[in-house]
Design a binder for this molecule. Structure first.
Ligand SMILES: *Cc1c(COP(=O)(O)O)cnc(C)c1O
Length: 422
């Protein structure tokens, strides 16, 4: 590819982690302590996260997928049930519904943010479901009992929780939030996962939030996740299920202590979802840096916003709604194909040729062969999500990058766009 636009001096990768000497030291100490798996560091990590987000309880697990799966388990989701969710997400979000032999029902997104559209959820319920005299919401065709709404806080921008809760209340639905991108984000002044985000009127409905600490996420433990929820039975059951279904799972890691006991009881069919102390060691140190990480992401996003400010004829920039604190896990730029001489895929190739590692998150779930076969949604079913995807370019905002290099990347991207103006 010949170009008069000079590439970056070296490759700007999409989402490298940022680990420092602090993390390395904490892991070393963990290894020397003799506690490799779930132990004191995991417990401390849970306490600090519960305090940070303002949740009654926090359960650290080995992935966000595990947290979502446990969330659905304790919400009682099973065969014959359905969950309303977004197609613009990673496989986990819908896989966990399928694990429970239940059915994901997709509703379209809000193109401003990429988040599940409360209007689309409402339309799905009004047009495709009925609320019976028993208080249950059933799909008119499949007969599935729709139990919950599962929004994803896409890219770290909080979903429209107030509107979603209004609908959840009206239709008697629980809420499980996929906050894989959004540790540190806030909605109307409260961190996601905060127990006060559930409206008082929804007292009888349940609300849980799942976070990811996968290597590329805003806070990384390599693999890792967290489920937050209210203090009480629900979260206690999630804890039991995360450790084989052993009834007093805290005893599991206390059993080798001087006062420990070898006795345990497997009370139900649980999973092996617990977090290791090695992971928690990373998490504890990453947590101290989270405000700085998010500030760096926001500053990187601002550089792109500025670079593309005059190019509204060529691109659509991401929007931030009023009343949210954005965690900027992603910077989703949308191309306007009618205004450009190149397509999205070619643009990504050009970025790569200029040492800029862009990506596309996500390919809508109903485009994947498994979900096409399992759910049978046709292309065209979710026009906003499909359009979002077709024109989408996610640019690197990782805090591992310097503002200088991200600024240069933004300038190069803007010049490439102008060069290809139709
Ligand atoms: C990364 C991701 C997950 C899964 O997180 P893991 O910790 O890898 O299981 C779930 N949902 C979304 C939207 C994600 O991006």
């Amino acid at each position: 590819m010949t170009s008069d636009i000079k590439p970056l001096d070296s490759f700007l990768s999409f989402a490298p982690p940022l680990m420092g000497e602090e993390e390395i030291a904490e892991v070393s100490e963990t290894l020397r302590s003799g506690w490799l798996t779930t132990g004191p560091r995991t417990e401390r990590f849970e306490k600090e996260l519960a305090a940070l987000v303002g949740a009654g309880q926090a359960l650290a697990v080995n992935s966000c997928t595990a947290a979502l799966h446990l969330g659905l388990q304790v919400l009682g989701l099973g065969p014959g049930h359905g969950v309303v969710t977004t197609p613009l997400t990673f496989a986990s979000t819908a896989h966990v519904i399928m694990y429970q032999r239940a059915r994901p029902f997709f509703a379209d997104i809000d193109p401003a943010t990429g988040n599940l559209s409360p209007r689309a959820v409402r339309r799905f319920l009004e047009e495709e479901c009925l609320r019976g005299g028993d208080g249950l919401t059933r799909h008119r065709v499949t007969g599935d009992i729709v139990k919950a709404i599962l929004p994803v806080h896409y890219g770290g921008h909080p979903a429209d929780l107030a509107e979603l809760w209004e609908t959840a209340l009206e239709w008697g639905l629980d809420m499980l939030e996929d906050a894989a991108h959004a540790i540190g984000a806030a909605y109307r002044g409260r961190p996601l996962g905060h127990s006060g985000l559930k409206p008082a009127a929804a007292g009888h409905l349940m609300s849980l939030t799942a976070f990811s600490f996968y290597a590329t996420k805003n806070l990384a433990t390599g693999e890792g996740g967290l489920l937050t929820g209210p203090e009480g039975d629900l979260m206690e059951r999630a804890r039991v299920l995360s450790m084989y279904g052993i009834s007093d799972s805290r005893r599991i890691w206390g059993r080798y202590a001087p006062k420990g006991s070898w006795v345990y009881d497997v009370a139900e069919l649980g999973f092996k979802y617990n977090m290791m102390d090695i992971q928690a060691a990373l998490g504890l140190r990453q947590l101290e840096k989270l405000p700085r990480f998010i500030a760096a992401r926001a500053a990187h996003a601002a550089l792109y916003q500025r670079a593309f400010a005059g190019l509204e004829d060529l691109v659509r920039r991401p929007e931030t709604k009023a009343g949210v604190d954005h965690a900027w896990h992603l910077y989703p730029l949308r191309l306007k194909p009618e205004a450009l001489t190149i397509g999205r895929d070619e643009f990504i190739e050009e970025l790569r040729a200029h040492n800029i590692g862009a990506s596309v998150l996500f390919i809508p779930l109903h485009y994947h062969s498994f979900y096409r076969a399992a759910l049978g949604y046709a292309e065209g079913s979710f026009p906003e999500a499909e359009n979002f995807f077709k024109n989408l370019v996610n640019l690197p905002v990782a805090p591992a990058h310097s503002p200088e290099r991200v600024g240069q990347a933004a300038e190069i991207a803007a010049r490439l766009l102008k060069k290809h103006r139709r």
